[in-house]
Each structure stands twice: as C-alpha cells, then as structure tokens.
Design a protein around this ligand. Structure first.
Ligand SMILES: Cc1cc2nc3c(=O)[nH]c(=O)nc-3n(C[C@H](O)[C@H](O)[C@H](O)COP(=O)(O)OP(=O)(O)OC[C@H]3O[C@@H](n4cnc5c(N)ncnc54)[C@H](O)[C@@H]3O)c2cc1C
Ligand code: SF4
Ligand code: SF4
Ligand code: SF4
Length: 396
C-alpha cells in the first residue's frame, strides 16, 4: 500500500496486494520493484525522481476501504448459473468450466467486444503477465493461464490497452479496482469479469506443495507449475510430479498460510465494490467431482446477463440461490471482512482482536510445522487440518 506522509511516499509491504499498477501509474518512472525470496515484490520509490503527484497513492487498490455493510443481503436476489465451454477438451483443460477463457476468446471472435485486458502465459516466473487482446490479436485457449495461485502482478502492462468501443477487463477484485480508472478512459463501455478470490499466495505455498510431491523449486530457476485443469477440481503439477487438487486443497495452506499480506485487508472477494458484472468461481460442495468441470457464475448486472446470453459457446444451466448458496463462501467472506479493521490497525472490539491474534498465532504455528518438519505423508497434514480453525471458532 502507498501513502503520502510528511512529504514522502511510503510503501507498506504488510498491506500490499501486489497488483503492480503503481509502477505504471507513475509519470516520473520513480517506482521500481525488488523481488523477495518469497516471490513477492517490494516497491521502491526513488525520492530524487518523485514529484509527489500522488497518482500512485490514488490508484493503489489497498488504499480503498470498502463498504462491507449488508454485503451479503443482495445475494438471494442475484442470478446464478453453472456454465461451461461446449467443447469437452477446453472444458476439461480449464480451471473449472472454462467460462472465463470462453468469454475472452469468443467475445473477441464474435466481435461482441473489441478489446480485453487479462493475463497471458509467459515462460519466466511468475509465468504470466497482463496482456491486451483485440480482434487482430485473439489468443488461443492454450495462451491463457488457468488459475494461478502464486502472486502475479497482473496490472503492470495496462499501458498496452488501446482505445476501443467495448472493453472487457478480467481480474480478481483488487486487480479490477486497480484497473478501473485506466480502463474507463480507454473505452465507451466497460465490462468487468471478476475472478472470485479469497487470497493469493506467496511462492512459499508452491514450495510447500513441491515438497509434498517431491520436487524443489526456486524463483531463479525455471519450473513448471500448473495449479488447476486436467478435469475438475483438477491437479497441481510441479515439474513432472502432480497431486490431485482435492488432496492438495486439504493441506494446511488453505488456512491462509503464505498469503499475500494485502489479502488481509481485502474483504470483497466478489468484486462488488468495483462494480463487477459477473463473478466466476468453483462449484465447491454443490459439485463434488466432475471430470469435465463447471464454473459457478454470479450475475450482478443486466450487462452481465447479456454477456452470458450473447457470447457463443457457453452452455448455461440456471440455478436458484438455495441451490448454489453452499458454494458461495459467504460465511468465509464475512469472516474476512470482520478482521479487515484489525489488519488495517484500526480500532476494533475485543472479539475481533481476539480472533485476529488467534489467526496470527495459528498461521505462525502451522507454517513453522510445515517448514521445519521433513516431508511428511499427506495423512499427517490432513490430521493437522482437522484442528479447529481458531478464527472461525471465535467469530462463528
Ligand atoms: C488467486 C485465485 C484465488 C481463487 N480462489 C478461489 C476460491 O477461494 N474459491 C473459488 O470458488 N474460486 C476461486 N478462484 C476462482 C477459480 O479458481 C476459477 O478461476 C474460476 O472458477 C473460473 O474458472 P474458469 O474455468 O471459468 O476459468 P478459465 O476459463 O480457466 O480462465 C481462467 C482465467 O483466470 C485468469 N487468471 C488466472 N490466474 C489469475 C490471477 N492470479 N490473477 C488474475 N487473473 C488470473 C486467466 O487469465 C484466465 O482468464 C480463485 C482464482 C484465483 C486466480
Ligand atoms: S507520487 Fe507521483 S511521482 Fe511520486 S512515486 Fe507516486 S506517482 Fe511517482
Ligand atoms: S497494492 Fe498495488 S498499487 Fe498498491 S503498493 Fe501494492 S503493487 Fe503498488
Ligand atoms: S484476496 Fe483480495 S487482495 Fe488478495 S488477491 Fe484476492 S482480490 Fe486481491
């Protein structure tokens, strides 16, 4: 997070959401990145170049406090679908149903949209970067990454966005918040696709997964990482070794270990504060295992509904709120929201302080066990996960 304090631009790593937009926003090229061992970037400000214009401060998504009051009240009135690409191969190789890639690619092919800003795969860590696509430059399905759970500074290439009529931006809630200002000035109509997200990970999380499956990785040495795809819920694959995702997800990294620090001050997993038109997520609980995968779609706006109807190659099955409610993670999002003031260092009640401190302790102990102990059988980590989540116990 960036703030202006006593005539200096200050960077707080503890609140940084690793979106990368500050560097692009700076007119003086006064901002650079320095990669940490955990795969996250420190933001360095060159005070000799800085003219204190505050552009970086104003655009930083971590500075924007959201209004969480009544956040979930509207959910019973929203529209929901399970959706997937009509081609079984694409569906199977995507994160869940491949709806996101279909919106991007078929949206451009059918000329429903004339520009998209999203990620493209690269061959160097973090293995993805922001890219602007047009109908002259339509990606193939294999050019777009599946869900990447280690941190990607998705907004560093926003300068590639060219003026167009209907522009689609795709990203997690913080990335949409960061992108919005830039994108609005570049188009007549903006469509926002939110990738539901409760946390993004540091490289230590991938190192832990690598350890479990008998691989070793380093940010300076190339490695192959695939977090999802190959069916649903898919696999995690590091170099040549893989683990079914439903087993990987039971490991204690799900307990908010090795999380990007700024994720602690983000309680808007659905992108509601950034006015997302639709949010895409996994149908956990309501679809236990399905070789081919489906994407759970929450529709927030009329525009969102039109996109789904008008962009070809998406098969849709309408669902009621009651049918999808177990998969919406609303309770988890609510718990995150409760602790945001604690992590922002603001005044909060005793219960919140107790839950926040308990979460800190829990993360410390679990990450210490996971780091210090040699490679243990998966059963060991599954038992570890059976211990009650202290934050949830206190907040209930
Ligand atoms: C960091 C992260 C955390 C998530 N957490 C959850 C969760 O807790 N619960 C849940 O139900 N779903 C979560 N998801 C969403 C889920 O993994 C799928 O992305 C979603 O179901 C869409 O599936 P799809 O098949 O339509 O996507 P696909 O068609 O496979 O397309 C994936 C799209 O996501 C983009 N993308 C991938 N990684 C990133 C990234 N790091 N930042 C920005 N864009 C990215 C790609 O560029 C591509 O456009 C998370 C996704 C991410 C990236
Ligand atoms: S205040 Fe302006 S010049 Fe200084 S780092 Fe931020 S954007 Fe750059
Ligand atoms: S959250 Fe984004 S804009 Fe803010 S400091 Fe971090 S990388 Fe820069
Ligand atoms: S939890 Fe919030 S801050 Fe963290 S990556 Fe996801 S959307 Fe961004």
């Amino acid at each position: 997070m960036l703030t202006l304090n006593k005539g200096l631009i200050l960077f707080s790593y503890e609140h940084c959401q690793q979106c990368g937009i500050c560097k692009t926003a700076c007119p003086q090229k006064a901002i650079s990145f320095k990669l940490r061992k955990n795969g996250l970037q420190d933001i360095i400000i060159d005070i000799d170049k800085c003219i204190l214009c505050k552009k970086c401060v104003n655009i930083c998504p971590a500075n924007k406090e959201c209004n969480y009051r009544d956040y979930s009240d509207e959910f019973p009135n929203k529209k929901y679908f399970l959706g997937f690409n009509s081609n079984d191969k694409i569906r199977r190789e995507s994160s869940s149903g491949g709806v996101c890639k279909t919106l991007i690619i078929e949206g451009l092919r059918s000329e429903y949209i004339d520009g998209v800003y999203t990620l493209k795969k690269t061959d160097k860590y973090p293995y993805a970067e922001g890219e602007f696509y047009t109908k002259e430059n339509i990606p193939d399905y294999c050019d777009l990454p599946n869900s990447i759970y280690h941190s990607v500074m998705a907004c560093t290439n926003v300068n590639r966005i060219e003026k167009c009529n209907r522009l689609m931006i795709v990203g997690t809630s913080c990335q949409l918040r960061a992108l919005e200002k830039f994108a609005k000035n570049k188009c007549n109509e903006l469509i926002k696709i939110c990738i539901f997200c409760k946390q993004q990970k540091t490289l230590d999380s991938t190192r832990f997964l690598a350890k479990i499956i008998g691989e070793k990785i380093n940010k300076d040495k190339e490695f192959d990482a695939q977090y999802r795809g190959t069916g649903w819920p898919g696999i995690v694959k590091i170099n040549n070794s893989s683990l079914p995702w439903h087993r990987a997800a039971q490991l204690p990294f799900g307990r908010r270990l090795w999380t990007v620090p700024g994720c602690d001050v983000c309680g808007d997993s659905y992108g509601i504060e950034s006015n997302a038109d639709i949010t895409l997520m996994d149908p956990w609980i309501i679809r236990k295992s399905n070789e081919l995968g489906e994407t759970l779609i929450t529709v927030h706006t009329e525009k969102g509904l039109d996109i789904l109807k008008d962009i070809p190659n998406i098969v849709l099955e309408a669902k009621s709120y009651t049918e999808v409610e177990p998969a919406l993670s609303l309770k988890d999002v609510w718990r995150k929201q409760q602790l945001v003031p604690f992590f922002r260092g603001e005044e909060c009640g005793d219960k919140i302080i107790k839950a926040g401190k308990a979460e800190f302790r829990q993360r410390k102990i679990l990450s210490c066990i996971a780091k210090k102990l040699p490679r243990m059988p998966i059963l060991f980590y599954r038992v570890l996960c059976k211990f009650p989540d202290l934050r949830n116990k206190i907040l209930k």
